[in-house]
Design a binder for this molecule. Structure first.
Ligand code: UGA
Length: 436
């Protein structure tokens, strides 16, 4: 099928390449000339495992191309809209400027029978507002939220755990939904749940999922706060409650909390939208979720200061991690970098290393020192703090080896991902988050 993808950021670039990899003919369109030039050369503009491979294959096969010219969308059967919906500069609500611009730019190139499939995360009610403009061209608007995780984006797009299609009332599980089933044919053929809903439900599925994940993380971080004053161990607590299949162990990783381009802004936009709808109290707990999350960053700083005897001024601290999570170079709202910046603000001499995110981090926070080589970064450190759980230290750094490099023997584990017993046995002071 011929497809267009409007917006070639994280979501759009991966979607375009993944759709080409399952046999479609895809044009990706974006206003950013540099991004388009890089994608056209088969180079991913961000770090995402597996993306370069499917970009190169798609371009070589002739099924995948990129352009800044919106007119290239003409002739495609389905037009995916995957532009950003960032937090507004002066409030919590989502900024829909790019969604509106994408739809307006697309309208002149639509033909009757086309499908416009919105993938961006939007406040509930957005699709209903956009539909009349799309439907006036004879095309049909569907809302098809995306659940990909950075670091696993290619796999999540080709083989998602569910597909959701929000359709207009008139189409309830008709033509538009069937066309989307054809688009996602490999997943549909293997029995992936395909859920057809109205617009509002589809929009809410997306924000509800992210709100639930954020709540789960903040729940366990709240337990970490209690563990800290009662002497309990939050990781054992998470293991124990996680065995209950109704609870589940995933997303019960206590530490410095969640960040990234989605969870923080999505829970804030959800709160703002609920307020607009007169139901702010229904998701009032999301403010608490946000507050708990932000407190953990400060707590990691306190723990580090206290481990260093009450002051970090002129102490050499190596920060392991900058990305908001491993397998990503994304530093948007990164708790890891936030902790590094706060320690620097207290006068510490901070050296940051990260396998993928140094370039982005340096651009955002040039005041910190960045070292690519992990061992070089560890050299002469008074204390080490783990803030992103990359395998490069979680799995591959032994305390014995670290001891040959650092000056001090203090390890603060902001992700509870290191082997506490092994580090202690090697003579290190190990301090976790919510652990005795
Ligand atoms: C999140 C959702 O997981 C995806 O399903 C969704 O599609 C995506 O947002 C989106 O809306 O586009 P992502 O932002 O890639 O995906 O990252 P997650 O894997 O959800 O991690 C978010 C943050 O939570 C990271 O900072 C991570 O370190 C933190 N986290 C995660 C914890 O602190 N503890 C955990 O147990 C798990």
């Amino acid at each position: 099928m011929r497809l267009s993808v409007i917006g070639c950021g994280y979501l759009g670039a991966v979607h375009a390449a993944a759709m080409a990899s399952i046999g479609h003919e895809v044009v990706g369109i974006d206003v950013d000339e540099r991004k388009i030039a890089s994608l056209s050369r088969g180079e991913a503009p961000f770090f995402e495992p597996g993306l370069t491979e499917i970009l190169t294959e798609g371009i070589a096969s002739g099924r995948l191309s990129f352009t800044t010219d919106m007119a290239a969308a003409a002739g495609a059967k389905v037009h995916f809209v995957g532009v950003g919906t960032p937090q507004q500069k002066d409030g919590y609500a989502a900024d829909l400027t790019y969604v509106n611009a994408a739809i307006d730019g697309l309208l002149p190139h639509l033909s009757p029978g086309d499908i416009v499939a919105g993938k961006s995360t939007v406040p509930v009610g957005t699709a209903a507002g956009l539909a009349p403009r799309v439907h006036a061209t004879g095309a049909t608007l569907v809302w098809n939220p995306e659940f990909l995780r950075e670091g696993w984006a290619v796999q999540d797009t080709i083989d998602p755990d569910r597909l959701v299609a929000g359709v207009p009332d008139a189409d309830s599980d008709g033509e538009a939904a069937n066309i989307l089933r054809e688009v996602y044919h490999p997943a549909v053929a293997k029995g992936t749940p395909f859920i057809v809903t109205d617009y509002a439900t589809a929009e809410l599925v997306k924000v509800a999922a992210n709100a639930f994940l954020a709540t789960k993380i903040s729940f366990i971080n709240a337990m970490a706060e209690i563990a800290e004053v009662s002497g309990a161990d939050v990781t054992q607590l998470a293991d124990a409650i996680g065995h209950d299949a109704r609870i589940g162990r995933r997303f019960l990783g206590a530490g410095i909390g969640f960040g990234g381009g989605c969870l923080p802004k999505d829970i804030r936009a959800f709160s703002a939208r609920a307020e607009e709808l007169g139901r702010g109290e229904s998701v009032g707990f999301l403010r608490e979720v946000d507050a708990i999350n932000l407190r953990r960053r400060e707590r990691a700083v306190e723990i580090t200061v206290s481990a260093l005897g009450g002051a970090v001024f002129e102490k050499k601290i190596t920060v392991l991690g900058a990305a908001f999570k491993p397998h990503s170079d994304d530093i948007r709202d990164s708790p890891a970098l936030d902790v590094a910046v706060r320690l620097h603000g207290l006068g510490a001499s901070v050296t940051v290393t990260d396998p993928a995110a140094i370039e982005n981090a340096r651009r955002a926070h040039p005041q910190l020192t960045y070292v690519e080589d992990r061992d070089e970064a560890l050299r002469d450190a008074d204390a080490v703090i783990v803030v992103t759980e990359w395998d490069e230290w979680r799995r591959d750094l032994s305390p014995e080896h670290a001891s040959t490099l650092t000056a001090g023997r203090i390890l603060v584990d902001g992700r509870n991902c290191m082997d506490a017993a092994a580090w202690r046995a090697a003579g290190w002071t190990y301090v976790g988050m919510g652990r005795p």
